[in-house]
Ligand binder design. Structure first.
Ligand code: ATP
Length: 228
């Protein structure tokens, strides 16, 4: 069974085409890494999935077509996005950020606090005054509070100190192990992606050019297509 299905997805910024045919599947409980060098179309693929830009081809979530649906409808189907750049409501507190997005389901404030104790320690702190790593945890917590069936993490560890990065990877691993949440993850660290992902898809110039089990991603392919 497939939760998220992309088949031949295309997308353009005005006259400039960025995606030429992206194929991607995520099954329930599966962690899939979306990889590729800078500018190959990873974030654009996320934007197309989330209805943030018009797209062509087949885009389905749990069998339902996403084509033409507005972003809020797609989110309400169970797609939780942690966008590039960890956007939180800067002037709201940690707790307000978490409750603003909440939808019914197993995730609540105490669950987020257990996953990220740093957030539990500062419920009344204004988001803008959090460290970069804490803001990223808050962005993940916010997405989880929507009780998604698929979590999309776009560069969740970018620009963070090694210790904080390790905390976030540990949280992702815990999500996979304890909740069986389906996750689509984009990150520059191939070693961390290997540790947590079941399968991977590599994009090159807006096309998926490799997909398979992470265990089958050899150094020749990763060097040629990802640069590491
Ligand atoms: P990165 O790892 O650098 O974030 P990426 O794989 O996520 O890269 P995208 O950001 O999806 O790549 O970019 C894909 C292509 O679309 C690139 O050629 C990029 O220049 C172009 N592009 C991205 N955003 C825009 C935009 N707002 N307007 C026009 N072109 C854009």
């Amino acid at each position: 069974m497939t939760l998220l299905l992309l088949d031949g997805v295309t997308a353009s910024y005005g006259a400039s085409q960025a995606l030429f045919g992206v194929d991607l599947e995520v099954a329930p409980g599966e962690v899939v890494a979306l990889m590729g060098r800078n500018g190959m179309g990873k974030t654009t693929t996320v934007r197309a999935i989330c209805g943030m830009m018009p797209s062509g081809g087949v885009l389905r979530f749990d069998g339902q077509s996403l084509t033409g649906l507005p972003s809020h409808r797609i989110a309400s189907l169970g797609l939780g996005l942690v966008p590039e750049g960890r956007r939180c409501f800067a002037s709201l507190t940690v707790r307000e950020n978490l409750t603003a997005a909440a939808r019914p389901g197993p995730w609540d404030l105490s669950g987020i606090g257990a996953l990220f104790p740093r957030l539990a320690e500062r419920p009344h702190q204004i988001a803008a005054s959090l460290s970069g790593g804490e803001q990223q945890m808050l962005a993940i917590g916010r997405a989880l509070m929507t009780n998604p069936r698929l979590l999309i993490l776009d560069e969740a560890t970018e620009g963070l100190a090694p210790l904080i990065r390790a905390e976030i990877w540990a949280a992702i691993a815990r999500l996979k192990r304890d909740t069986g949440l389906a996750i689509l993850v984009i990150d520059k660290s191939l070693a961390e992606l290997r540790a947590v992902s079941d399968r991977g898809v590599i994009l090159e110039r807006g096309r998926s050019v490799w997909s398979g089990a992470m265990a089958d991603l050899g150094p020749d392919v990763s060097e040629r297509l990802i640069g590491v």
